[in-house]
Design a protein around this ligand. Structure first.
Ligand code: FES
Length: 396
């Protein structure tokens, strides 16, 4: 570490004062500290003084900071001479701090020093054009890209005498430069690519005796894919089977549901499922599971007949079908779209017509039967109204 002294008198300015912007900035820094602790702002103020004074701190700036903070000038002098980030000598427009610590030295920093001496001159001197000056410093923390130099606020790494000399010339002539590694690296990754952990055997499990686990996983994945495909096909098949009555039902005449088609929600369903209340509609009872597990062919065929439907509500206003217990907004919309708008329509359904409607309540099949819509609608058609807006639960 070189001895740090103030610059000779002939380069020292006669005076120093913060400009108004920096004065304001300094006041803000000082205000951050409690009364009586203003001296804590000494480093930021010295830094700002250096910034204002072309990158170095003259004696007059040290004294000005001391006055501003109410400190003895010697205390500020001690700080300015201790910390190497404060330059006590004039510096060039591009101030080169060349790392000379062991890793950089081992990687060729000595040759870079020679470049500095050849291109710039002795340490702490500024070139005649004022563009460059240099100083050897201790480790700057970029050892894995050694050798390196900090130039103003940028790091230039992986330097060689050749690229360093070219870099200094570019700076001197105002040409653009690229901070960071100068050898094609983007960070501190291995130069030319990785040289370790390249054996493929490290990644197939053979090294640790895991056997042919890749094959095993491939087989498991294949089996899972086949199972998923089979499940999707079964679901598609079930969907087609459900869609069948809609197509049949579009015929005007009374029709019979296709034999063998699953009828989980028709009136012929087991009583356990038919007695579900709306609140419990999502539950699957043991009886229902058992029933649904029976072959579809065992389900009894149910006669269906299309009821009288309307193209629109009579008088432009339908009844509030939500007053039927179990009919929510979704079912009410479904009924309206089907052509059912009024209580008396439902009240007049025959069993076959109820079955026709029930089979078309997508997602709610069997609900009309289970909740006995016909009886509820008969009461509502007389003008009777339940106490609750969601209707009155039918007594089974
Ligand atoms: S030794 Fe040069 S950056 Fe660390």
């Amino acid at each position: 570490m070189s001895v740090r002294r103030l610059a000779p008198d002939h380069v020292q300015p006669a005076s120093f004062a913060f400009d108004s912007a920096n004065e304001n900035w300094a006041d803000q820094q000082i205000a951050k500290y409690p009364q009586g602790r203003q001296a804590s702002a000494v480093i930021p103020l010295l830094w700002k003084a250096q910034e204002q004074h072309d990158g170095w701190v003259p004696r007059a700036a040290i004294e000005a900071v001391a006055r501003k903070l109410g400190m003895a000038p010697m205390r500020v002098m001690e700080i300015a001479t201790f910390y190497t980030m404060f330059n006590l000598q004039p510096v060039g427009e591009h101030f080169v701090q060349l790392c000379g610590t062991t890793p950089c030295a081992l990687r060729g920093a000595e040759a870079l020093k020679k470049v500095c001496e050849d291109v710039i001159g002795p340490q702490s001197t500024v070139t005649a054009d004022g563009k460059l000056s240099w100083l050897e410093v201790e480790c700057l923390g970029a050892c894995c890209n050694a050798p390196m130099a900090q130039i103003n606020f940028d790091y230039y790494e992986d330097l060689t005498p050749e690229n360093f000399k070219a870099l200094l010339e570019d700076l001197r002539h105002g040409r653009p430069t690229k901070p960071g590694p100068q050898n094609g690296r983007t960070g501190s990754e291995p130069f030319g690519g990785g040289e370790t952990l390249k054996d493929p055997a490290l990644y197939d499990g053979s090294v640790i005796g895991a056997g042919d686990w890749q094959k095993r996983i491939a087989e498991q994945r294949k089996a899972a894919a086949e199972a998923a495909a089979a499940k999707a096909a079964a679901a598609e098949e079930a969907k087609k089977a459900e869609a069948t009555p809609a197509a049949v039902g579009s015929k005007p005449a009374t029709e019979t549901a296709a034999a063998g088609r699953p009828k989980p929600s028709t009136p012929a369903q087991p009583s356990g499922a038919a007695q579900d209340t709306p609140a419990a509609a999502g539950k699957v009872t043991k009886a229902a599971v058992t029933e649904s597990a029976k072959p579809a062919a065992a389900a009894p065929a149910v006669a269906e007949s299309k009821p009288e439907l309307l193209t629109a509500a009579r008088g432009g206003k339908g009844d509030d079908l939500g007053l039927i217990w179990g009919v929510g907004p979704k079912l009410a919309t479904m009924l309206n779209e089907m052509g059912v708008w009024h209580f008396d329509q439902i009240a007049n359904w025959k069993a076959e017509e109820l079955a026709w409607v029930d089979a078309r309540l997508t997602g709610f099949k069997g609900r009309a039967t289970r909740d006995d819509w016909i009886s509820q609608a008969k009461k509502l058609a007389t003008g009777w109204r339940p106490e609750s807006a969601v209707g009155e639960k039918p007594v089974k």
